[in-house]
Design a binder for this molecule. Structure first.
Ligand SMILES: *Cc1c(COP(=O)(O)O)cnc(C)c1O
Length: 425
């Protein structure tokens, strides 16, 4: 019998390349077809055939409050009743920037955009415009959205599909991107020495989440800060994933390292499309209309997205939020690792708070090269077995799973017993 998801997927493939609007959703690397989702409620999603899954993707990070959070939905509805978009400034954009700045103080001035890709692309243009230098440094396996100059040795879907760069990226766009291994400060020193006064910025995930989760080694972020300052380059923390995820003030608050520019997204849209970049006032003053660096967006600062994001920030600011996320993350991380070990499977658990990756390798996993030692065939069967048991994992070894505030202890119990059975198979 053909399922409803299968029949929608057949229609999808005829009109949408691969049947999906973002490649990893296709689940190709784990050898299954996607299910089509019709509803989300708290920690669960429901597919077109009525199957329920405990969701550990959370729309790839944004849904830290879970699906269909009632306060978020009410806020969106209320804001929407005054109109959906104006293309003219609204007070809520000011409140959004003021609130974000009060939580992430290094973002002295902020511009809102609609996606993480726009945020990183714009931050890099700004860094180049500010410094007058052409080159940037990024980490092997680091993912910063799909702008041309950033699709070099990129993580996330590119890593999952084994695409080292991308067709269609002209040599000119890639030649100014210097790729270094994550957690390797000497490689960065060498890059600065080999390119004197040429490097505009280092863009880095302060906790890598798109090669699977990789934790910054002790002193790594501090070292990046020192080296960029010494060589007159900017330090850009791409906190699109880590912002509001690993701590209220993001990874920069957790590790106490202050970047020049920050890009942030996912959670700050409260489930609607919003992202932002911001940083030092002197740098942000280079942006149009004040300065010569152009950047714009028809739907930037969309009032519904701003309202949803503001509400998410308010809820996350309530007492105990991040303690609860840590407790849930720890229970899941420890339990998954124990399940793998009990089944005699080599595994490494990398976790910060409520974001985590179970790598099927003895580890340790400290960069993309060591991440790639993981057994992706083993991951594929784990993913399929878990989905069959009603647990939705990110469909790639090179992604992080996320726990939300909507997950209950019973949810995690169910996930761990599914994992035990799945890993024993
Ligand atoms: C998801 C992500 C992006 C891209 O954001 P989109 O909204 O998907 O364009 C950029 N950087 C990091 C670190 C991300 O995790």
């Amino acid at each position: 019998m053909i399922t409803k998801s299968q029949s929608i997927f057949e229609r999808a493939k005829a009109v949408i390349p691969g049947g999906v609007n973002s490649p990893v959703r296709a689940c190709r690397s784990v050898g299954v077809d996607p299910v089509f989702v019709v509803q989300g409620d708290g920690s669960a999603i429901f597919d077109a055939d009525g199957n329920k899954y405990i969701d550990l993707i959370g729309s790839w990070g944004p849904l830290i409050l879970g699906h269909s959070n009632s306060e978020i939905l009410e806020t969106i509805a209320e804001t929407m009743s005054s109109g959906t978009t104006f293309g003219a400034p609204t007070e809520i954009e000011v409140r959004f920037a003021e609130t974000l700045k009060s939580i992430v103080p290094s973002m002295e001035m902020i511009r809102a955009v609609s996606s993480g890709t726009e945020a990183t692309m714009s931050a890099l243009r700004l860094a180049r415009g500010f410094t007058g230098r052409p080159k940037i440094i990024k980490a092997d396996g680091g993912y910063h959205g799909h702008a041309d100059c950033l699709l070099v040795a990129a993580g996330s879907g590119a890593a999952t599909l084994g695409i080292p760069g991308s067709a269609g990226v002209p040599e000119g766009a890639a030649q100014d991107t210097i790729v270094v291994p994550y957690n390797d400060l000497p490689a960065i020193e060498r890059a600065f020495e080999a390119n004197p006064a040429q490097i505009a910025a280092i863009i880095i995930e302060p906790i890598a989440g798109n090669m699977g989760l990789v934790i910054p080694a002790a002193g790594y972020l501090e070292g990046l800060r020192t080296l960029t300052t010494k060589h007159g380059a900017l330090l850009i923390f791409d906190e699109v994933m880590t912002g509001f995820r690993v701590a209220y003030g993001g990874a920069q608050a957790l590790y106490g390292v202050t970047p020049d520019l920050t890009t942030i997204g996912k959670i700050i849209g409260g489930g609607l499309p919003a992202a932002a970049f911001g940083g030092r006032t002197d740098i942000m003053h280079k942006l149009a209309p004040l300065g010569p660096v152009y950047q714009a967006g028809t739907l930037s600062g969309n009032p519904m997205a701003m309202a949803a994001g503001l509400k998410a920030m308010e809820i996350l600011g309530r007492p105990g939020t991040y303690d609860r996320l840590e407790a849930l993350g720890k229970r899941l991380g420890d339990g998954l690792l124990a399940a793998a070990q009990a089944a005699g499977i080599s595994a490494t658990m990398n976790r910060v708070g409520s974001m985590l990756t179970l790598f099927f390798t003895a580890g340790p996993v400290t960069d993309y090269a060591t991440a790639k030692t993981a057994d992706t065939a083993r991951f594929g069967s784990f993913f399929r077995n878990m989905r069959d048991r009603g647990v939705f994992l990110p469909p790639s070894q090179y992604e992080a799973m996320f726990v939300s505030l909507a997950h209950t202890d019973e949810d995690l119990e169910a996930v761990l017993s599914a994992a035990k059975a799945s890993l024993a198979e």
